[in-house]
Structures are given as structure tokens and as C-alpha cells.
Ligand binder design. Structure first.
Ligand SMILES: [Zn+2]
Length: 203
């Protein structure tokens, strides 16, 4: 179980192992940290004879240690993205930690990050649309309308006439990017809703 946007965001905030751990958490209602280690290492264990042979020839895939997984779980806990329930094992007397993801917080994180990116893009678009720049044919330093007016629409470097700089392309790019992000935000939320439904089915 993995979904793109959360992984992108988490990679920026944390590291590869934590992203993998979170993805395992998302497929379970509750899971013990040892089980997470097993799931993460399953992919690297040889299944068929050919695989074993292949694996002997090649460098074995690095296995993820329990210590590393625990570190990741605490990172997620610090960010309030995962919680644990502690139960004492009657036989061994040791504590067992049952981990689960905190859906609302994960959802909030995605929404918050996407919205902040959107806001920045909209501000940039606004700036581009307001500040049409003027420049000579050689592209010597572009100036705003009021500066161009002061200069009599003449370039201070080459003396050529200043004309409005073509930033339509930038504006077009920004508009496309904004649309893309808006769509992503929506699909990201649909994706999350789907996972919440799935989570309710997981026993
Ligand atoms: Zn010039």
C-alpha cells in the first residue's frame, strides 16, 4: 500500500525507511513493530531456487533492522502521524507496542502542504500578472512600467526602444501548474478517503 503524494511529502520531511514504515502502517488497523520489520524485509528474501542462486551471486539486499523501524515509528509519533498502544506480554513480561496511523493528521498534512504550494503559485501568478516588465530587443535588464516610463522607454545599456516583455508563457505555465495542483489535491483526498474506507474493513 502506498500513495504518491504522501510519499513525496514524507520524503521531504523524513527519510526512505520512515516512508516505507508509514506505508505498512496504512495497510493495518494495528501492527506490532516486529511485524513491520518482517513485512519490509519480505521483499528482499529469496523465494525460489533461482532467486536464491541469483541472490548469492549478487549483493544481498540490505535488510531493515528493528532498531531502524522503531526510530521511524518514533519520528512518525513525534509528528502525530502514528500512535501506539502499549500492552504487557503476560508470558515474557515485556511491553508490546501496537502501532496505528492517525488518519486525520495524515490527511491534514497532505492538505496543508498542497494548499501552501498552491498559495505560493497563486502569489507568483498574481505578481506576474501585475508586473509586466519592459525590456529591449537584446534583453538587457527588464524594468517595471513606471521605470520604463521614467526612462522614456529607452534601454540604458544600448539605447534601443523598450517594449513589453513577453511573460505570457510564464503566466500560462503557472496557470497550468495551479490547475494541476488543484486536481492533485482533489485526487489526493479521494485517495485518502478510499484508504479510510479500506481501513475500516481491515481487521
Ligand atoms: Zn538594451
Amino acid at each position: 500500500m502506498s500513495f504518491s503524494q504522501l510519499n513525496d511529502i514524507m520524503l521531504k520531511l523524513t527519510d526512505e525507511v520512515t516512508v516505507q514504515v508509514l506505508n505498512v502502517l496504512l495497510g493495518h488497523r494495528e501492527i506490532i513493530d516486529e511485524e513491520i520489520v518482517n513485512i519490509l524485509n519480505e521483499g528482499s528474501s529469496p523465494e525460489t531456487e533461482e532467486n536464491i542462486e541469483q541472490e548469492i551471486k549478487e549483493e544481498p539486499a540490505p535488510r531493515i533492522a528493528l532498531k531502524e523501524v522503531r526510530k521511524s515509528l518514533y519520528k512518525l509519533n513525534e509528528r502525530s502521524l502514528a500512535r501506539y498502544r502499549r500492552v504487557r506480554d503476560r508470558e515474557t513480561g515485556y511491553f508490546v507496542y501496537y502501532w496505528s496511523p492517525i488518519w486525520e493528521r495524515i490527511r491534514d498534512l497532505i492538505v496543508r502542504r498542497r494548499k501552501s504550494s498552491l498559495k505560493k503559485l497563486r502569489q507568483r501568478l498574481d505578481y506576474e500578472e501585475r508586473n509586466l516588465l519592459y525590456v529591449c530587443a537584446s534583453g538587457h535588464n527588464p524594468v517595471t512600467f513606471s521605470d520604463a516610463f521614467e526612462l522614456g522607454f529607452i534601454c540604458t545599456t544600448c539605447g534601443e526602444e523598450l517594449s513589453q516583455k513577453e511573460n505570457a508563457q510564464t503566466i500560462h505555465f503557472l496557470k497550468e501548474k495551479i490547475q494541476e495542483l488543484e486536481k492533485e489535491l482533489k485526487t489526493g483526498l479521494d485517495e485518502l478517503d478510499g484508504l479510510v474506507e479500506l481501513q475500516e474493513k481491515v481487521k
